[in-house]
Design a protein around this ligand. Structure first.
Ligand code: M6R
Length: 609
């Protein structure tokens, strides 16, 4: 949802801004722009298109020369992607970049128009620039504060005032923003990877705080305009983690990082062969008291919750609801004291998930966040917190974040089941030991299934539509397989509970339609196989992802292509089985000429409703 950056220092500002933006392009990539102080004037260069288009434009028109400036990469919300709608936006004395949504921009635009202001873009951001300019009273901080009182919605802003060519300002409400610091220079950015080339030290700007950045350092004021001292944080990610490292795309790099990501996530949470989440604020006493669990999330994170539902209900024997955050928040959901609400989010900033968390707290439920991005809003606001330790996930399509979310769901389910005394300590140890073997199984799938999936992808590229089918955990997993494929390949696909097909959807099957079936749960494999036979006899081309044991039992001709994965404990199979689905999606996208890291119309971090 838009990336913003800013720089004050001695380096060539244009180079720093473009480099920093290149690390945030995953947040939006339909236009890009920069503004730099050059000889006391604010020079702006912006264009529709990707960062490469901005680079080309800078080469053509010439780079503004200076050491202080701001930059933006956009995911359009108000107004189509175009040069004029691209950021930065300006009033006569103010230039800004913005991430977020100003909900009352229409009223403000009307107000400013009545005061004689004119607008050239369709954006909500230009309204903020004009408002700042209109209210400007010679004191930037007071002006920003005054404007904030008028703004409704979410925003992170990088601001330049023409009268103050030695500094930039930053402010946020809801949308994330960090302030990076190094010797003689400072930065603003929507996310840590943008500044890793220059520094790992940063401050997290809190809601309604205003930062002033000069070459001499940074200063902060709170919402009452009182100077404040903030805690300096150090990023534990290095540059390499945010680079492609020889892979053609982040998506395939991140798929390959999954064995390590799972290990890193689970190992510190296992003590004496049992799960131990005490460091995350989760104790047996607390767990014993919960009478229900509701898991709320969006997209892939919600799919991790679907697997969690099956696993928690199976092991801990308490009811689990899974809800889409954008539905939960407007549905007056039934949660109260004694209920646990789990919010899963890679970014920790997804607007709907954050709103769901706040609603759950308001209703008296206890909240647990499962989040990847350190210090994000969801991580900070939940009562209990388990970080997934996947490292930075740059590709828009979530892979390693999902697999670590699953790993955490398992650990949590084991711990809850122990607390509820629905599994014995010996059984729990057996499950933990099986979980510890999963990184090797995932590595095995990466090493042994990639070529086959690459080949199968060539058979999918011309499909108009696909179905994913499975039962139980395989159904929960097929939801993720289907989302992964459609978001990067742009081929329509649906996931269906295999037993439900005959209640309508089977009428879609015709000659050559690909159906991807997942069958890893021994007790229901015969049922899934019957469903496969049903679609096959109606002309479907069947791709079956199943365990090696299942493959050995298969009758000739049941599936057109079989991807065999190693058998592990059945409950844990989704972690291994998702990998071929991810690889299949990746190669289908690449074969269709798509960039899987930047699928059209999508952005990594959805900080707007
Ligand atoms: O940052 P979050 O995990 O809260 O994001 C939720 C979804 O937007 C995200 O999982 C999305 O569905 C992914 N692009 C899917 O790959």
């Amino acid at each position: 949802m838009c990336g913003i950056v800013g720089y004050v220092g001695t380096k060539d500002c244009c180079d720093v801004l473009v480099n920093a933006l290149s690390k945030l392009e995953y947040r939006g990539y339909d236009s890009a722009g920069i503004a730099v102080f050059e000889n006391g004037e604010i020079e702006t260069v912006k264009t529709q298109g990707k960062l490469d288009d901005l680079r080309n434009k800078l080469d053509t028109v010439g780079k503004p020369q200076g050491h202080i400036g701001i930059g933006h990469t956009r995911w359009a919300t108000h107004g189509e992607p175009s040069d004029v709608n691209s950021h930065p936006h300006s009033g006569a004395r103010v230039t800004i970049v913005h991430n977020g949504i100003i909900e009352n921009y229409i009223e403000l635009k009307e107000y400013l128009t009545n005061k004689g202001r004119t607008f050239i873009s369709e954006t909500d951001t230009e309204v903020v620039a004009q408002l700042l300019d209109y209210k400007y009273n010679g004191d930037p901080i007071k002006t920003i504060d005054d404007c904030m009182a008028d703004l409704k919605g979410s925003f992170a802003l990088g601001i330049m005032f023409k009268d103050f060519p030695d500094r930039i300002f930053a402010v946020r409400r809801e949308s994330p923003l960090i302030v990076g610091v190094a010797e003689g220079e400072c930065f603003i950015a929507s996310d840590v990877p943008a500044i890793l080339k220059y520094t790992r030290d940063y401050y997290l700007l809190e809601h309604n705080e205003i930062a002033t950045l000069t070459a001499d350092g940074t200063s902060f004021v709170n919402e009452y305009l009182e100077p404040i001292t903030k805690e300096l944080k150090t990023a534990d990610w290095d540059m390499e983690a945010a680079e492609k490292g020889g892979y053609p795309h982040f998506m395939i790099k991140e798929i390959n990082e999954q064995p390590t990501a799972i290990k890193t996530t689970i190992t510190p949470r296992i003590k004496n062969g049992l799960p131990c989440l005490e460091e995350c604020g989760i104790t047996t006493e607390k767990l014993k008291k919960f009478k229900s669990v509701t898991i709320v999330a969006c997209g892939t994170a919600m799919h991790a919750g679907m697997v969690g539902k099956y696993v928690i209900e199976d092991l801990a024997r308490i009811p689990v609801n899974v809800d889409i955050a954008s539905e939960f928040r407007y549905r007056n959901p039934i949660v109260s004291e004694g209920d646990l609400v789990i919010i899963i989010s890679q970014s920790g900033e997804t607007a709907d998930s954050l709103a769901a968390l706040r609603l759950a707290k308001q209703k008296g439920a206890t909240t647990l966040a499962i989040v990847n991005a350190k210090g994000s809003s969801i991580a900070r606001e939940a009562d209990m917190l388990i970080y997934t330790l996947a490292g930075p996930e740059i590709a828009v399509a979530s892979t390693k974040a999902y697999i670590t979310q699953l790993s955490v769901m398992y650990l949590f389910a084991f711990e809850l089941a122990l607390a509820k005394e629905t599994v014995s300590s010996a059984e729990c140890k057996r499950l933990v030991s099986a979980l510890l073997k999963i990184p090797d199984a995932v590595q095995y799938v990466i090493d042994n299934c990639e070529e086959k999936c690459k080949f199968i992808a060539t058979k999918l590229i011309n499909a108009d539509s696909l179905l994913y089918i499975g039962r139980g955990l395989d159904y929960a997993l097929s939801m993720e397989g289907s989302l992964k494929l459609k978001e990067v390949s742009y081929i329509h696909s649906e996931s269906y509970a295999a037993g439900e097909l005959k209640h309508g959807t089977i009428s879609l099957i015709d000659d050559g339609m690909p159906v991807i079936a997942v069958a890893t749960q021994t007790d229901i494999i015969p049922k899934t196989i019957s469903n496969i036979v049903e679609v096959k006899s109606r002309g479907a081309k069947v791709i079956l992802v199943c365990t090696d044991a299942c493959a050995r039992e298969l009758k000739e001709g049941i599936a057109d292509y079989v991807v065999e994965i190693p058998h592990s404990d059945e409950l844990l199979m989704p972690i291994t089985a998702v990998v071929p689905l991810q690889i299949l999606a990746y190669y289908t996208a690449v074969d269709r000429g798509n960039n899987p890291d930047m699928p059209k119309n999508l952005a990594k971090s959805v900080t707007v409703e």
